[in-house]
Design a protein around this ligand. Sequence first.
Ligand code: FAD
Length: 457
Amino acid sequence: MMLQNWSENVQFSAAKVYTPRTVEELQELVRASSTVRVLGSRHSFNDIAAIDSQIDTGQGGEAPAQDRPDAATNAYVSVEGLDVPVTFDRQRNTVTCGANVTYGELCQRMHAEGVALRNTASLPHISVGGACATGTHGSGDNNGNLATEVVGMELVSADGELRPLTVDSGDKGFLGGVVGLGGLGVVTSITLGTVPAYAMEQTVYEDLPVAELYDHFDEIMSSEYSVSLFTDWLGGTVNQVWLKRQLGAWPDGESNADSGGDGSKGPHAGNTFFGARPAPTHRHPVTRFDPDPCTPQMGIPGPWHERLPHFRVDSTPASGDELQTEYFVPREHAVPALQAMEGLRDRLASVLWISEVRSIAADRLWLSQSYETPTVALHFSWRKDWPSVRALLPVVEEALAPFQVRPHWGKLFSLAPAQLAATFTRMGDFRRLLRSWDPEGKFRNAYLDRHIYGQAV
Ligand SMILES: Cc1cc2nc3c(=O)[nH]c(=O)nc-3n(C[C@H](O)[C@H](O)[C@H](O)COP(=O)(O)OP(=O)(O)OC[C@H]3O[C@@H](n4cnc5c(N)ncnc54)[C@H](O)[C@@H]3O)c2cc1C
């Protein structure tokens, strides 16, 4: 069986994908398998979810870095068959769901119950388990990445036991295991913190002069609840600024909003925003693309889960014709890092659809890109041209090297293990944690061998 990821640049050759119906079945499967890899919604752009390294070279077929055919006891596992109900704890303000549930589905269930998440990624179609495992994030100076909302998980570990990992267990493994890259075990359920549902609106501004950005970076990024900058680094301006504003409790917050719903009275509408002008209509991040898949803008109030993601749950997101890379630098280095990228604009131009700049609050999760430091994320949506992207990654990484750069675990990067170990300062602790949970390496794959274990087996 040949499966692919969302971008179709990674192939998963699998004798079979198991979808156990019960936790007991899953436990049996894990006990009986020598190698197990869990598939989420397969939206990652690298081979993190594959047993072997199988990134398509774009030059006529895939080229596995290791040719290790799936043995009968190797298993790809999907937890989508597990019937884990979505449940709410009103005292603790939490929601528990299956790890396979997508944010799109979960957010709708939560909103119907009058509760919300603090943040989402740009895309609602990714699974909660997969997103948390890679440190997936949205934007907002006071918003941590999505994994920071996790207060508990249940996992089937390598010995087939079902083990809880909770924030208040005092188990250090929690801080190491939430952004776990699929290496600790099979997460069956996840418990997340909730807040009361709220209303939001978003407004897009165009052509922010980069001189304004560099002079007022902190003011701009903290001007609203969530701020995203979209830029192709050309022309001396940031193409678009997406401002997502919290209005108040849902549904009352909607009627209290000072927006007329037609974009004419939004928070900054009619005014310029640091020299940028309000977009005359709804926008896709790549201005010439159809904005239809995007969530409503123009200051139109709506529920949180229909404004926080950039893309609608009922749409086909983005173009699909893309590869993605993302690098995080400590907030204090944001402006020089942006200037370094602007300096590469001529080299990026022919391969880049668009870049996005977001901010993420600091956290304590060992493998989080924002571990103990607030960060700014520099994202690249590339054209689907792997040879060109592969040639550019070291160029971008070298330009960002002075800024303690950390990569997105679910996107394409070429940083060496030593560079990763230098910036992810808890890497040694994480490796020890993996070994204690999985002494025989049942959940190891080519990706973990390459990036986490390095040469050390
Ligand atoms: C169009 C698009 C937009 C995106 N936007 C954003 C964005 O706004 N912000 C951002 O940070 N990222 C973004 N991403 C990247 C994406 O969020 C990450 O790659 C994320 O990991 C995808 O989740 P998934 O469910 O597809 O995981 P997969 O790619 O399927 O798996 C990722 C990892 O999680 C592990 N895993 C999955 N489920 C489990 C489980 N139950 N138990 C144990 N391990 C598990 C897998 O083994 C693998 O190691 C985007 C991707 C796409 C395609």
